[in-house]
Each structure stands twice: as structure tokens, then as C-alpha cells.
Design a binder for this molecule. Structure first.
Ligand code: EPZ
Length: 422
């Protein structure tokens, strides 16, 4: 296994460009299964997660070919309709092959995803939504068996999601576009990942109204053309790099990004008294003065993204006062707290609220990554800490960030990747 060795304190400074969005690329890769043809997806990041999904698609018999950041997916033949446990357990987003396989072929067998470090992460909303479209769903030895109803295709229906779910919205939307008749998906997730998926589907010939709102209306069609789409910049990667400014006392500019995607994060930085400049497609954040205390409450988009909670906590660890971060999306997305404490952060957990008292200095220490965003928070804190920090199990960070140590080094970080000593 590999680890990062980080030497601090370093105030990160300079300009960086984001890669393509992981959480937009993954559902769009699944959407390619809907069309009998060769789809093309541009600006696809090269990550553990996108590589895992390429393996899933190859297992299904769809042929993937990467040419730089362009991915071509030949889904003319998809002879296998089973997504195996060995792959799904490594990345729960594989579950989003379920809707497309079912919609196009009338059958799909996908392993139930496991939980993750911070919660059970059920898929009941995915299955309930597909059943509303008349799918027959059985659970069989850890697998989801889904079929069309006897003698017909899926049928359009009214669906109201009990809670806003990105994956459930994506899976059910990709099934509804080939169902017979009209579907209305209420309380749909409004994350830009869902909006991009809907736009990609419309480009394939799907009929979808209300894109960007929480009510998506779909008129089913008989068949779709291959996908031809460019993945937008990764909004969580943009947020992570911007947060490096207050987290390390530096000044960061992120270019080629979509400022609208960052509104909730910039609101928090504004409330923390940080100077910022927001242009057409760039954002600069000046974190040279310690951030004032902030109050963060995670919420579905356009609220503050749960995927930015850990990174902003690392910034709060050095802020000038007492901040609170309330996690409302997941039961226990605080696995980074114990590790940040090892670096000297003063954090008290009170149910789903983390109370962070800023300290003057963090100290380097060995810490362990537990999930994608927790590991990026630890790396930011390690850059700020006095002395050497080792971050182990960095396969977590490689799931969601491409060559992160090279890009942080470009901002002045003293960070190397090495094999964990035995
Ligand atoms: C997506 O996961 C993202 N992953 C996650 O990012 C992100 O944290 C999450 O959305 C929330 O924004 C991808 O897009 C690949 P949800 P998803 O369904 O779709 C509950 C990262 O770091 N729920 O919106 O799985 C669920 O437990 C990852 O890139 C049900 O109860 O999230 C959670 O509490 C981590 N039943 C809430 O809904 C269901 O059937 C929101 O989850 C589905 C979800």
C-alpha cells in the first residue's frame, strides 16, 4: 500500500485547474449502456473509480477505450447483464448500471452495494423508484434481480423520492427515458451531476423537462442514440483546492471552473471573512489571514455539499475561534475527526455536530485515510502542520483525485508518495 509523506508548514499558493467531474462521469458512463452504438465522453478523469466502472462495463461486454481524457464506450453488444459483487463492493456507484440495463434489455442482476466507512448507504429509493416503473425486483443471495413486468416494457409512473438522492434520481431517470409513457420524478436531486446526466440523455434523444429543478418530467422513447458529451469540471475538486487557502494560510486561484457550483462554499468563506475574487470561469481565495469562525450545515444541492464537510473542517481547525459543522446527509461522516485530532485539532462531536476550536498550530503525525474526502482533508491539514505527517491508505484519495500530490506540489506543497514500509 502507498502513503503520502508531507512536510509542513507550507502556505499553498498559486493557480490550479480541476479535472473532469468524477460524480458526473460515472452516471454518464452508465448512460452509454442505453444506446446500441458507440458513445463518446470527453474530459473523463483517470481515477480508481472511473477505472473500476470501466471494468464493470467491460464485464458486461460493453467495450471501453480510453484516448487521453476521451472515453469511447461501444454498447452495441451487451451480452452480460450481471454486475459482480467483487467490483460493486469496491465502488457503490456501480449500482447505476441497474437502471440502464433494465431499461434497454429487460433484465439486470446487480450486487447489492455494501456500506461504507460512514453509514449503511441503502439503495431502497433506487429499488422503490424502479418498482414504480413496474419493474419486478427480487433480492437473491446479495444480488438485485430486476426484470420488466410480464409481457411488456417498463411503464411510466409518478415517483416521489422520500429524500433527495443523487444515485436514486440517476438510476430511475435512466430507466424512465425508455419506459412506455410519461414519468414524473418529484423531489429529484438537483446536483449538477444529475443536471449533466439529464442533458446528456436529451442529447441521446430522451425527452426530459424540468432539468435543474426537483421535478423531472420524462416522455419515454423507444430507443436512444449514443451519448456524445463533455464532462464539466469537478466541483468537489474545485472546492477542495479553494479550501487549501484557509486550511494552509495561502492564496489559491482555481481556473476553468464553474463558479455557480461553488455558491454555498463561497458563502461560508464570506462569512469567515476571507477575501475572494470570482470571475467568469475562475475563483481566487485569499486565506492568508486566519478564517473567522463559521457555521456549516450540509444539505442537498444547492446547499452546502456533504463532500466538502471534511475539507472545510480542516480549515476550521486553524480558524480564529469556535466553528460548527452539522452533517445532515449521512449518519456518521466524521471518520476524519479522530485523525485531525491526531494532528492537534480541537474537535468535539455532539451527535451530528462537530464543534471545532481553532488552534494556532497543528503538529505533524502519522494519520490514516478513511474515505475520499476525509483523505483530502488530512492532506490539507498535513500541509499546514508543523513537521512531518504520513497519510496512509491513500488508495482512498486516488479514487477521487487524479495525481493530487503533483498538483499540490505545484502549489508549493512538500509531498511525496511512497510505499508503506513493511
Ligand atoms: C452521491 O452518492 C455521491 N457519489 C457522493 O459522493 C455524495 O456524498 C452523495 O451523492 C451526496 O451528495 C456519486 O455521485 C458517485 P445519495 P449517493 O443517494 O448517490 C440516503 C464522493 O465523495 N439514501 O444522494 O450514493 C443515503 O444513505 C461521494 O464523491 C437512502 O436512504 O448519495 C444518504 O443518507 C461520497 N436510500 C442520502 O440518502 C437510497 O436508496 C443521500 O445519498 C439512497 C440514498
Amino acid at each position: 500500500m502507498e502513503r503520502f509523506v508531507v512536510e509542513g508548514p507550507v502556505a499553498l499558493r498559486g493557480s490550479v485547474e480541476p479535472g473532469g467531474s468524477k460524480n458526473t462521469a460515472l452516471p454518464l458512463m452508465c448512460a452509454a449502456l442505453l444506446a446500441e452504438g458507440v458513445s463518446e465522453l470527453r474530459n473523463v478523469p483517470d481515477l480508481r473509480d472511473t477505472r473500476t466502472l470501466i471494468r464493470v462495463l467491460d464485464t458486461l461486454g460493453a467495450k471501453c477505450e480510453r484516448d487521453g481524457s476521451t472515453l469511447r464506450i461501444d454498447a452495441r453488444e451487451v451480452p452480460v447483464r450481471e454486475a459482480p459483487y467483487e467490483l460493486v463492493k469496491t465502488m457503490r456507484a456501480s449500482i447505476t448500471v441497474l437502471g440502464p440495463l433494465l431499461a434497454r434489455f429487460g433484465e439486470a442482476r446487480v450486487s447489492m452495494p455494501g456500506g461504507c466507512a460512514w453509514g449503511p448507504r441503502p439503495v431502497d429509493l433506487h429499488l422503490e423508484g424502479l418498482e414504480r416503473l413496474s419493474a419486478c425486483i427480487d433480492l437473491d443471495h446479495g444480488y438485485i434481480d430486476a426484470k420488466w413486468p410480464k409481457g411488456s416494457r417498463l411503464k411510466g409512473a409518478e415517483i416521489s423520492f422520500r429524500i433527495s438522492s443523487v444515485g436514486a434520481t440517476e438510476n430511475v431517470l435512466m430507466a424512465a427515458v425508455l419506459a412506455e409513457g410519461k414519468s414524473v420524478l418529484r423531489n429529484s436531486a438537483r446536483e449538477p451531476d444529475v443536471t449533466s446526466l439529464a442533458e446528456g440523455l436529451v442529447g441521446m434523444g430522451a425527452k426530459i423537462e424540468g432539468i435543474g429543478t426537483s421535478t423531472l418530467t420524462v416522455e419515454g422513447v423507444d430507443a436512444l442514440q449514443p451519448l456524445n458529451f463533455e464532462v464539466p469540471p469537478d466541483r468537489i475538486e474545485v472546492g477542495t483546492f479553494l479550501t487549501a487557502a484557509p486550511a494552509t494560510g495561502g492564496e489559491i486561484t482555481v481556473t476553468n471552473c464553474i463558479p455557480d457550483h461553488q455558491s454555498a462554499l463561497l458563502e461560508v468563506f464570506r462569512s469567515g471573512g476571507l477575501d475572494m475574487e470570482v470571475g467568469e470561469n475562475y475563483i481566487r481565495v485569499d486565506g492568508r489571514r486566519p478564517m473567522n469562525p463559521v457555521e456549516v450545515v450540509t444539505a442537498p444541492y444547492p446547499g452546502f455539499p456533504t463532500d466538502m464537510q471534511a475539507q472545510v473542517m480542516a480549515a476550521c481547525a486553524r480558524s480564529a475561534g469556535v466553528s460548527t459543522l452539522t452533517e445532515t446527509i449521512y449518519l456518521d461522516r466524521f471518520t476524519h475527526v479522530a485523525e485531525l485530532r491526531r494532528l492537534g485539532a480541537k474537535i468535539r462531536l455532539d451527535g451530528n455536530v462537530a464543534v471545532v476550536t481553532g488552534v494556532e498550530k497543528l503538529q505533524g503525525a502519522p494519520v490514516m485515510a478513511t474515505d475520499i474526502r476525509a483523505s483530502s482533508a488530512l492532506v490539507l491539514a498535513a500541509c499546514a502542520a508543523q513537521g512531518v505527517t504520513t497519510v496512509s491508505r491513500i488508495y482512498h484519495i486516488d479514487r477521487g483525485y487524479e495525481r493530487i500530490e503533483q498538483r499540490l506540489a505545484g502549489l508549493g506543497a512538500r509531498i511525496v508518495r511512497e510505499e508503506e514500509p513493511d
